[in-house]
Ligand binder design. Sequence first.
Ligand SMILES: *[C@@H]1O[C@H](CO)[C@@H](O)[C@H](O)[C@H]1NC(C)=O
Ligand SMILES: *[C@@H]1O[C@H](CO)[C@@H](O)[C@H](O)[C@H]1NC(C)=O
Length: 403
Amino acid sequence: MAYFVWLLTTTIACVLFLNFQTTIADGGGHEALRSSSPPLFIFGDSTVDSGNNNFIETIPENKANFEPYGLNGFFQEPTGRFSDGRITVDYIAEYAKLPLIPPYNKPSAEYIHGVNFASGGAGVLSSTNQGLVIDLKTQLKNFEEVYKSLTQKLGSKEATNEMISDAVYYISIGSNDYMGGYLGNPTMQQLHPPQEFVTLVISNLTFAIQELYEKGARKFAFLSLSALGCVPALRAANPKADGGCFEEASALALAHNYAFSALLSNLETLLEGFKYVYSDYFYNWLNDRVNNPTHYGFKEGVNACCGTGPYGGIFTCGGNKAVSEYQLCENVSDYVFFDSFHATEKVHQQLAEVMWEGTIFSLAASPSVAIGPRSYNLKDLFFEKEKITIADVVDIDSGYQII
Ligand SMILES: *[C@@H]1O[C@H](CO)[C@@H](O)[C@H](O)[C@H]1NC(C)=O
Ligand SMILES: *[C@@H]1O[C@H](CO)[C@@H](O)[C@H](O)[C@H]1NC(C)=O
């Protein structure tokens, strides 16, 4: 018994010692810069943009730094988030015990807890909304700049690499490629049949993931695409005009999700140490809220809270758009959609909760998308390091033959 107690205290002492060493190795005097939570890096479109587009020249449709965005008062003023308040990544940062992750374009942004590179309107392909957004390629270039700046700040490449491999990379992108980039672009439709276009998007996205992996990223979280044809703007644009969803758009989203899910399980096999969370159930998850809003604490799943015309589907929210008139609902908390394209804070919060705990994602979207024992939820991705550290210590213990 005494022997076990001794062993236990020795192990604990080792853990403390190792932590102490790590702190010192962090580049002399900079240890206070890192919190115990891994940093969060965010790439993507308006589903995750926290204000990068405030700083670029673009059309009003790609901005949200005016009223009534942010109207619920969580932030003192509209921030550029396409929501009445917070977005998914704000909640994830909170659950991970991180501060709000700053947009890359914000002057004097602090990079130490991560950076948000996302840009409303951006797609995987550079051709999507070209010239009006920070495309994925540029988002990756900006990440490289952050890497350089961190190396300076932390004092060594080793410390930076440790931070980069410890970080979680949240990527939410693709909707704009299919909506504006394909369905809104007859030339693209002539160039590529739908399935070929999906392949093009997926292969470019693969390229981006591999680039991050080569820079040392290991822990990824991906949001799959929602039933795009059911967002108010596309419901209003449905050529059948029967009040239903724009089927072609939803079919593209499903094809994308299916291909992406297959790709990710391949990458997991091919890339050593590649870990990911993939919310493959998101398509059904959101659709369920659209079709059965009252089951989830909403009253309205089809119409947007803010907008004009059928379903609030004409994207005029904020009035800083082509049409200056718009309607605003009385109680945002009743709605699934805030504007013609974007969800309300309440949806973002519910999504962040399930991605964090991962409970629903064990119910795969289709039986062919099995969730195996190696899948993670976000909580695992953020906090597994403690487990790994303890395992490392045990290995080191036996290496030193303490036992
Ligand atoms: C990415 O997309 C472009 C078209 O926008 C295509 O020319 C290029 O080959 C794609 N790259 C990859 C790696 O698939
Ligand atoms: C707004 O809606 C939510 C959810 O339906 C409800 O809990 C709340 O009481 C409503 N607020 C007002 C002012 O009606």
